[in-house]
Design a protein around this ligand. Sequence first.
Ligand code: IPM
Ligand code: MN
Length: 350
Amino acid sequence: MKFNIALLPGDGIGPEVVNQAVKAVDAVCKKFGHEVSYTKALVGACAIDATGKAYPAETHEICMKSDAVLFGAVGDPRFDNDPTAKERPETGLLAMRKQLELYANLRPVETWKSLISKSPLKTELVDGADFICIRELTGGMYFGEKHEADDMAFDTCKYTRPEIERILKVGFETAQKRNKHLTVVDKANVLASSRLWRKIAQEMEKNYPDVTTDYMFVDKAAMVMIQNPKFFDVLVTENTFGDILTDEASVIAGSMGLLSSASVGIHTSVYEPIHGSYPQAAGKNIANPLATILSAAMMFETSFGLKAEGAAIRKAVAASIDAGYVTEDLAAGGKSYGTNEVGDWVAAHI
Ligand code: IPM
Ligand code: MN
């Protein structure tokens, strides 16, 4: 096959980790006889500096024309403490999600035996935990009506029936392909938007008799995720709840540097690590590239339907973890390797 991939490295450690994912993509294409080309584009703070916009029109065009997008991270401390900034790096990510209509964000949570000791949770709780969070990505408070003044501000959590139906469909269908257990996470005891989610989920549940569907309030879900993460198979929830719960979930595996994600919807899908720009580590060759490399595996599996290619990347990542050929966040005080070295090792083992 022939792929044209848009590279949006973004800010902070984004460029370093995306470079490592490119090495893995090149290696897998070479091994399986695919042809790949890349087009680089700006997003985030670097795009604001160069063009004034965090998601320039040119970047959007490149994404639309590509078969998939590999994304690094956005964010810059220059903007974090300036609430008056109109154009922020994060605006670029949100604009990209909205314009590409990436309504479903898939965030798998897996564990690796040799890393279990890195988890702050007890081994017996995390060993074997394996679930996927499906986060709605283009609605809710992130995109609802806002008001921002000196004496009053609000964000609106608004969802329409079609928006809820399409994300729940992803939830049910993902559950059908996994262990057939779907947990719909909401706050239906308080929020109107959550009650609509629950009502629609209860209607749709009847069409998926093979799936065991249960409902959980988000506060309880936050607790169960730590107390009994093996309870979950597929979890589906709205945008803000999903943002918070997936950061919590990243702790289970032992490092945020391991969690990959796919954002899929109407136009080109985007693959990105969930960890963000980690500006303190930028340029130091210490960031963990595995989440981005695993996101590239998701790209082969989800966008191109190439399971063997994805598996080859996953196998090499698992081998690097087992061999202890890892960055300092996973080294437990033992020998650690640089971002580049881990990227080279993984590519060489594909
Ligand atoms: C994420 C990030 C983003 C979000 C930020 C950078 C806007 O935290 O992808 O989880 O809140 O969605
Ligand atoms: Mn987040």
